[in-house]
Design a protein around this ligand. Structure first.
Ligand code: NIG
Ligand code: FE
Length: 415
């Protein structure tokens, strides 16, 4: 199937005539679209789109058609922050959480990330690949078309490389657009607890060169937060990664005013993610920085944390992106539609703001804004067709329901 025409679209949304890298501030309330529209896909790309009453003037229209009467068409979501390659779920630790232990207490007991790292040592690449592929297939059913995946459950050179090789294989075989991020500095292994700078040396001198040599990572990440890596550690790692051309996307300000946002901005990070502890200084640092503030509602919901000040950020003129953080410890879900509902319910974001936050803005946060994130001529045809739903607002309202009926990736119907 090389060409496809979607007709009678109730509303074709998040279209773009002059592509922009992202939308910020009050512009996030705008969701450009056409009423009663059509979308022409050719050779995996968006070829053209417009209003139904102008369609008859077009020539050589494709015979292969989908009638989308009563349905909305949108760009597939871009999920710019996940850890979806992992060896096992961690529901036992979740029970500890229910009993009242904090994230930091669980980490201090050798649980959390270190627990996954132990299991990662024994896991086979094939099993990791198969499990991750199943998770990816599930995310597609919820409308996701692009995913960033991090390493960080390895914490030894070999184990980190193993994770990244699995991500590489997923890139080669999944219809999703996938970007990979090296997160060797995700947690401090027990044997380095008394001298964490030695572990930072391992990340810089052993891991980074191997990762770069094998071309396994698009980006670099550091968990810059209280009890994890310091601003100085982060500075050193990002400085070294730059030599290999790896742009940062960092975990920042989830547990404290850690300085993570500022150090990320200093190193021209593509995104800083989590942001529960964001005040005026952090907002000032982000202003006009080109660094995408990315909120991860799933983690805040699952861990019962304070919420990142989304409205305050947008009022200050910043862009906001929303992603899943899909991981076994703090956000065991890759369901972007649930994240969208959380955007409205918890962060008081309007549906238009939410849709911008999970399409154009997350595309930027994972470096794919030129190919994805909006419906624009020449971009990759990753689009979703909704079920028959009453309104665009219904997308973030009906929080338990899968509103997506059809998923098209690279111009091919996959769901
Ligand atoms: O993004 N904050 C750091 N890392 C992950 C948690 C990973 C885990 O607990 O396994 C996160 O929430
Ligand atoms: Fe994360």
């Amino acid at each position: 199937m090389n060409e496809l025409l979607i007709i009678n679209i109730k509303r074709l949304l998040r279209i773009e005539n002059e592509p922009e890298p992202y939308v910020a501030g009050t512009k996030m309330k705008e969701l450009p679209g056409v009423q009663n529209g059509w979308l022409w896909i050719k050779a995996g790309k968006v070829f053209d789109f417009g209003k139904m009453d102008e369609l008859s003037s077009k020539e050589s229209l494709p015979v292969n058609r989908i009638d989308a009467a009563g349905r909305f068409v949108l760009p597939a979501w871009c999920d710019s922050h996940t850890h979806l390659v992992y060896p096992q779920s961690r529901e036992i630790e979740y029970i500890d959480k229910i009993k009242g232990l904090s994230y930091e207490e669980i980490a201090a007991r050798g649980g959390g990330i270190l627990n996954s790292a132990k299991k990662m040592q024994e896991a086979s690449e094939d099993k990791l690949y198969e499990d991750a592929m199943k998770r990816l297939e599930e995310t597609i059913r919820w409308g996701t078309g692009a995913v960033e995946i991090k390493s960080g459950y390895g914490l030894t050179t070999e184990s980190e490389l193993k994770m990244l090789r699995v991500i590489k294989r997923l890139k080669e075989t999944s219809p999703l657009t996938i970007k990979s991020t090296f997160l060797g500095a995700h947690s401090i292994p027990i044997e380095y607890r008394n001298d964490q700078s030695k572990y930072v040396d391992v990340v810089i001198n052993e891991m980074l060169p191997r990762v770069a040599e094998e071309g396994l990572a698009d980006f670099v990440d550091v968990f810059c937060d209280k009890g994890f890596f310091t601003v100085e550690d982060t500075d050193r790692i990002l400085e070294s990664a730059l030599k290999y051309g790896m742009r940062p996307k960092i975990h920042a300000n989830e547990l404290d005013y850690s300085g993570g946002i500022q150090i990320g901005v200093k190193h021209k990070a593509l995104s800083v993610d989590h942001l529960e502890f964001t005040g005026d200084d952090e907002i000032a640092a982000l202003k006009d920085s080109g660094t995408m503030p990315t909120i991860l509602p799933g983690a805040a919901f699952f861990l019962n944390m304070a919420l990142a000040p989304a409205r305050k950020m947008m009022e200050a003129g910043l862009p906001v992106a929303l992603a899943t953080d899909f991981n076994p410890g703090s956000s065991p879900s890759g369901n972007m539609q649930l994240i969208m509902a959380m955007g409205s319910i918890m962060y008081r974001m309007l549906p238009e703001e939410v849709i911008n936050a999970v399409t154009i803005n997350t595309a930027y946060a994972m470096g794919v804004e030129k190919e994805l994130g909006t419906i624009a001529k020449g971009k990759i045809a990753n689009v979703i067709i909704t079920k028959e739903i009453p309104s665009m607002e219904y997308m973030t309202y009906a929080y338990g329901e899968n509103k997506v009926e059809t998923v098209i990736l690279n111009g091919e119907v996959v769901v």
